[in-house]
Design a binder for this molecule. Structure first.
Ligand code: NDP
Length: 499
């Protein structure tokens, strides 16, 4: 019997929020774009306009950077005690927790992912990140250094100081998580910020701006500019008064950011794409590896930088794993995020849907076969069927390039050295996973993989406290954990003779 769909009623505050033109936050004021222009953001489950948002560009970025510069130089944020900064960030987390349902619904409507996911993962993760870095505000320390310079005795020590004005450009796959992950360490260390969310998903970052004000973060410390990457984003990346750019998104745009940042040699941190190998050895606990491999690629419609998109399975278990993952894929209920019966929502936009489908076409033209899925799902909205591709090899585009959709390529292996060479044969190096009961083999393989994170007998476990970032073209620097504080601070050495 087919299950009836269950539409979840939209919260009244969320309906009111999207009905009104959304403005940008500059210097503590909600303002239109200087040009007066707006752009629409769409509900990817229907393709209909969800809300209209100010279209900021260079002039607005100039205003926002000026506000952030003044707020940094005058110091109402960096000069309060670390304890007070931590308290305010913690309050922001509390305010977000109180309005979790509204944020979860708004994220679901704007991004597409199922409400169950935004309620259980996205918004709680944002709250956790804020609290984690609130705790760090009081622990950003320098050190004393015993130096050996001749002539006198010296006292030498380091201060760890906020880096200054930070431009943060974030993508659409986890809009709230990306916003709080960028904001929390910047705020904890005393920086000021201009945040630019993705054009596809600007709404939750803007609503967070209201809470930022309510929490008592001074005007100009956080400015939020909505607009397009080629205009607003590019202006922010090139701005001479910005001290650092933190970017998450495609490797292609990451390279543009590096070029743009060269003008004033601002510091840059990048969290970019991936094509992560997920390796199942014959001695793995197959009952865990199969759902683990399915979740590694289908979570968030596959729009995850560390998705397990290349699944390598040892010969003896190949058929069983392909069969198991395909069965799970075919049972995933694809539908609007605001229906309680949906396990998987649409991809974020028509452009992304077409991009994923064109990868599928390219795979088929090169000889790949879909065991399940392989096309768009339905005709309304931007849905793609969860897809398992076999008959694939390392020469194919679907194996080499980041698809960023619910598409996994499964390939058999027999020789471990050959497997490692193939797994590492990619410009990316964000993540990888190994499934085996053999503890020595697990750690040998983890050591041989050139990736910023390696999971053993699990996949996609991320935590505010655990550093995450890429080898090779997957990025510069590590986010999360105490390592992320380094991205937002400068080290100053102070030295004086004391003899
Ligand atoms: P982009 O890299 O274009 O977008 C990420 C952010 O960069 C957005 O805020 C975007 O703004 C902004 N941006 C775009 N161009 C510029 C520019 N010239 N200067 C400064 N900022 C800019 O990702 P796409 O949306 O185009 O997605 C394409 C592919 O990128 C995906 O299929 C996936 O492979 C990869 N990707 C990887 C992500 C990750 O987490 N590593 C996240 C998202 C995408 P705006 O959106 O407003 O144009």
């Amino acid at each position: 019997m087919a299950t009836a769909t269950q539409a979840i009623p939209v919260d009244e505050n969320v309906s009111k929020y999207v009905a009104k033109k959304r403005q940008m936050l500059i210097n503590g004021k909600w303002v239109d774009a200087a040009s007066g222009k707006t752009f629409p953001t769409y509900n990817p489950a229907t393709g209909e306009v969800l809300a209209h948002v100010a279209e900021g560009d260079k002039e607005d970025v100039d205003r926002a950077v000026a506000a952030a510069r003044a707020a940094f130089d005058k110091g109402p944020w960096r000069n309060i005690t670390p304890s007070e900064r931590g308290r305010v960030i913690w309050k922001l987390a509390d305010l977000l927790e109180k309005r979790l349902e509204e944020f979860a619904q708004l994220e679901c409507l704007d991004q597409g992912k199922p409400l169950g996911l935004t309620r259980m993962v996205d918004i709680p993760t944002s709250i956790d990140q804020l609290r984690y870095y609130a705790g760090w505000a009081t622990k950003v320390e320098g050190s004393t250094i015993p130096i050996s310079a001749h002539g006198a005795k010296f006292l030498a020590y380091t201060l760890r100081e906020p880096i200054g004005v930070v431009g943060q450009i974030i993508p659409w796959n986890f809009p709230m998580i990306m916003a709080t992950l960028k904001l929390a360490p910047a705020l904890a260390t005393g920086c000021t910020v201009v945040l630019k969310p993705a054009e596809q998903t600007p709404l939750t970052a803007l609503m967070l701006g209201e809470l930022i004000q309510e929490a008592g973060i001074p005007d100009g410390v956080v400015n939020i500019i909505t607009g397009y990457g080629e205009t607003a984003g590019a202006a922010l990346a090139a701005h001479p008064n910005v001290d650092k750019i933190a970017f998450t998104g495609s490797t292609e745009v990451g390279k543009l950011i590096v070029h743009a940042a060269a003008g004033n040699l601002k510091k840059v941190s990048l969290e970019l794409g991936g094509k992560s190998p997920n390796i199942v050895f014959h001695d793995a606990e197959i009952e865990s590896a199969i759902p683990g491999a399915a979740n590694a690629i289908f979570f968030n419609q596959g729009q995850v930088c560390c998705a397990g998109s290349r699944l390598y399975v040892e010969d003896k278990q190949f058929d069983k794993v392909v069969d198991g993952v395909s069965q799970l894929a075919s049972k995933i209920r694809v539908g609007p995020g605001m229906e309680s019966t949906s396990d998987m929502g649409p991809v974020v936009s028509e452009e992304q849907m077409n991009r994923v489908c064109s990868y599928l076409e390219s795979g088929f033209s090169e000889g790949a076969k879909a065991v399940t899925g392989g096309s768009r799902h339905g005709e309304k909205g931007y849905f793609v069927k969860p897809t398992v591709l076999v008959n694939t090899n390392e020469k194919m585009k679907v194996v080499r390039e980041e698809i960023f959709g619910p598409v996994v390529t499964v390939m058999p292996f027999s020789d471990v050295d050959d497997l490692i060479a193939k797994a590492n044969n990619t410009p990316y190096g964000l993540a990888a996973a190994v499934w085996t009961r053999d503890i020595k083999k697990a750690h040998r393989t983890a050591a041989a993989l050139r990736a910023g994170t390696v999971w053993i007998n699990c996949y996609g476990v991320l935590d505010s406290a655990m550093p995450f970032g890429g080898y090779k073209q997957s990025g510069w620097g590590r986010e999360m954990g105490k390592e992320m504080l380094e991205l937002y601070t400068e080290v100053k050495s102070v030295c004086t003779p004391i003899s």
